[in-house]
Structures are given as C-alpha cells and as structure tokens.
Design a protein around this ligand. Sequence first.
Ligand code: SAM
Length: 230
Amino acid sequence: LLEDKDFVSPTRVRLEGRRLRHVQEVHRAAVGDDLVVGRLGGNLGRGRVLALDDALELEVTLDQAPPPKLPLTLVLALPRPKVLNRVLAAAASLGVARIHLVNAWKVEKSYWKSPRMAEENLLLQRVLGLEQARDTVLPSLELHRLLRPFAEEVLPSLAAGTTALVAHPGVPVPCPRDLTGPVTLAIGPEGGFLPQEVELLGRAGLTPVNLGSRILRVETAVAALVGRLF
Ligand code: SAM
C-alpha cells in the first residue's frame, strides 16, 4: 500500500523498509515483475518493478476502485495490546467501516498507556489488514477513554437506524444468523461487560445477544459477528 510520501513522480514510487522486505522475502519478486499495489485512500492497480536492491522502485498504474466497505460500526472494549493488533488488522481486512475503541470496567488501565496505542501502530495494523485484503481505504478509528459519555452522547446517534447489538454471553436473545447493513456491534473486554454496562449500552439502543453457549475470545467473537454480514 503506497502513501503520498512514496511517490517520486505521479507514476513512480520508491520504497524502503517493511515493504521492500515484503516484496523481497514474501513475493520474491524480480525486476520486470508486476505487483498488485494500491494508494492509501485511493485506487488499486499494478506496479512494475524497475529496481530492487537497497530500495524498490515501481512504475505504477492505479486504475481500479477498492472493494466496498461493510456498512458496519464496531464498538470494541479495548483488549490487551497484543490482541488489539490482531483485532485491528482483522477488522480492516474484513472491511469494517468504523471502529470505536471504548473503555469498560474490566479493561486494564495500563492498556490505554501501551506503546501499541501510539498513532503509528494503530495506523500500521489497519494498513496491514488492508494490504492482506487488497483494500486501500482505512476503517476510521476513534478512542473513547470513558464509556458512559460515549454511551450517552455518541452511541445513540451511531446506533439510530442500524441493527444495533451488544454481544454478551448468557442473554436469552440469540444473535441473528445473517445481518444486513447498516449494523452497529459492540463486543466486550476479555473479562466481559458488567451487567450495568450492558444496560447502559441497551439505553443507547443496542440489543444484548448471545453467540451460543461457547465463550469466544474477543478476536473470535469479532470474526463470528462480522462474518454474519458476508
Ligand atoms: N467471562 C466473560 C463473560 O462472561 O462475559 C467472557 C468474555 S468474552 C472472552 C469477550 C467478549 O466476547 C464478550 O464480552 C462478548 O462481547 C463476546 N462474546 C464471547 N463469547 C460470546 C457468546 N457466547 N455470546 C455473546 N458474546 C460473546
């Protein structure tokens, strides 16, 4: 995935670091090969390898629109840093349109201070997901360090006019097998939402649903829920 700073002219890019290594080690490309490339936030197309040593130089043609996003807003209680990376990349590769990372009682305070919360890392994880999926458009990402004001002031307008659900084990209503957009989905932290938090989300318009009798890890619950939109 190419960023504006990679372009040395409108059709020529020069890459070093992560993407150079990826092309050398994963694609094992050679001069003259064509690679699938895309411009962050723009079109997809192909890049012909012009040089490949200390840097990768490509002649690019970007003429295809990226795939559409899923009409889905994911509200996710901040998981532990290692899991956060995987969930962000997975959500981006699945085509989630919007992600809100929120606090909850069982989210450890230290998670908010993790180096993985640095803006560059949050961007990198989503870019890795997009590259996997041949997409170029980032899911938007917002952080809400307090659950109550988010649930009272922001969530009601996100949920309005959407199928709005909060996944919570043990509640009587099963999650529908198929979901058609627009959808708002909330997923709890590793220790789950408190009953009071589920009520708070319920007052914002979200219906508590179960995903069956198995308790799933956060990243598995995200995949199981997002999969219902495919
Ligand atoms: N002990 C926690 C509890 O009982 O809530 C388990 C939390 S689970 C590891 C993490 C999150 O994934 C939950 O807060 C929920 O949003 C979602 N989840 C996992 N399994 C689920 C299930 N069977 N039904 C509904 N939600 C589930």
